[in-house]
Design a binder for this molecule. Structure first.
Ligand code: ATP
Ligand code: MG
Length: 392
């Protein structure tokens, strides 16, 4: 029965003069999300309201689901709209609406009229009272409660008349694109997709980099990362995924450095390469799925060591999360099932039995000197052979 949606957005971080930027970015992201739905949609912005109207046939559930992936939306209100054909007709429409949406009439309600068209013959108080009366006459089991109604029936009088009462929660956050762009270090694990989701939720566009190590890591492991990027892109829009061949760098570090420092030194090279691509592509930060103490390479001391090679800020939105909490988000956003597929990861293959948990940055630096100029060449080659996959 619904043919349109009113889109509510909660947090407008950029108020005042910049508000239109926020709204335009939101509309842009909504268009992207709706492109994947059956049907044609008209999105309009009037007087601080965004409406989605379906032009003809559409799939209601699919449309709602896609809108629920658009950051910046706090609520999706399914609506009906009618031409203004007089107040009697409006009463009939509203009475029918209540019957269609609430088969169980044992409910309290309140009518809330907003009159954007000031030449309407009744003012909003009158509309509230008269529509309320019409509903009570039709359904005597219903009662009015102006303080805490179970049903808040909104009637907006514009060129057309819009009626809605249900609010489906949206994902919240800020529209992607209003917060610049950052580079996500995306592995095939549970954490990094969640980290990307969380930063994107604050309006940040996401690019990603994946380090793979063929033949130690398989095509299937790489495909898993592409699949994860695609799942995250439902929220973020298209993701430019850089796939970096890390094999020679890893083998060379393995050859030249103490094995218990392997992971840390490897992570430092990942950060350096990610930052290089980030700077070239206009990203303003790096994102990782690290959380304090989760593994040896994520102790406070280890984070000092990986952090010091970067100039850009490194965003670690999961830093204070327990694994259980990360898993809960990953289930909510739909990446968990893919993340737990059992493909090898380039970190796990070269991992030492007893990796350092308190690396000393000076010692790490000294051992990196063993790598001499050759490492620069390997890094250069890795960057030159960057495979770009556009995921959407
Ligand atoms: P995840 O579930 O994200 O894989 P993890 O617990 O396995 O996390 P680590 O392997 O120590 O953690 O990696 C920490 C972070 O480093 C990851 O969250 C990710 O951001 C980045 N990272 C690790 N391996 C890779 C990789 N092969 N390619 C890109 N980024 C990676
Ligand atoms: Mg990992």
């Amino acid at each position: 029965m619904f043919t349109a949606f009113l889109i509510k957005y909660a947090e407008i971080g950029i108020k005042g003069k910049n508000r239109y930027l926020f709204e335009d970015a939101l509309i842009h992201q909504m268009k992207f999300a709706l492109k994947k739905c059956e049907g044609r949609f008209l999105i309009t912005k009037t007087q601080g309201r965004i409406f989605v109207e379906a032009e003809g046939e559409f799939d209601y559930d699919e449309t709602v689901e896609h809108l629920q992936h658009v950051f910046g939306i706090s609520g999706i209100c399914p609506m009906i709209y009618a031409e203004d054909e007089g107040f009697e007709k409006l009463c009939d429409t509203v009475v029918k609406y209540m019957d269609d949406v609430y088969p169980d009439k044992n409910k309290t309600f309140k009518v809330n009229c907003r009159r954007a068209r000031k030449n309407y013959p009744k003012d909003s108080m009158e509309v509230n009272a008269d529509l309320g009366e019409a509903i009570l006459n039709a359904y005597p089991e219903m009662t009015v409660d102006v303080h805490e109604p179970e049903i808040l029936l909104n009637v907006e009088i514009r060129e057309k008349i819009y009626i809605y009462s249900e609010i489906i929660p949206g994902p919240g956050g800020m529209p992607v694109g209003t917060g610049g762009k950052a580079m996500l270090l995306l592995s095939g694990g549970i954490d990094s997709p969640v980290a990307g989701y969380m930063i994107a939720k604050r309006g940040v566009k996401i690019d990603a980099v994946y380090f793979h190590a063929p033949p130690y890591t398989s095509e299937r492991a790489k495909q898993k990362v592409v699949d994860l990027a695609r799942l995250v892109s439902k929220y973020t829009g298209p993701i430019y995924l850089h796939v970096i061949n890390f094999t020679d760098i890893q083998l060379y570090i393995h050859e030249k450095c103490p094995h218990e420092e392997l992971t840390i030194i490897m992570r430092r090279y990942m950060m350096r390469i990610a930052e290089h691509i980030a700077k070239e592509t206009g990203c303003l930060g790096l994102i990782t799925g690290e959380s304090i103490g989760q593994v040896a390479s994520q102790t406070m001391s280890s984070l000092v060591a990986t952090n010091e090679v970067c100039e850009l800020p490194v965003y670690r939105p999961l830093i204070g999360f327990d694994k259980e909490e990360i898993v809960a988000v990953s289930k909510k956003i739909g990446t968990f099932e893919t993340s737990i597929l059992p493909f090898e990861d380039c970190c796990t293959i070269f991992v030492a039995k007893h990796p350092v948990t308190k690396p000393n940055v000076n010692i790490i630096r000294r051992h990196e000197h063993n790598l001499d100029d050759k490492i620069e060449e390997l890094v250069k080659t890795a960057l030159e052979t960057d495979e770009l996959i556009i995921v959407e």
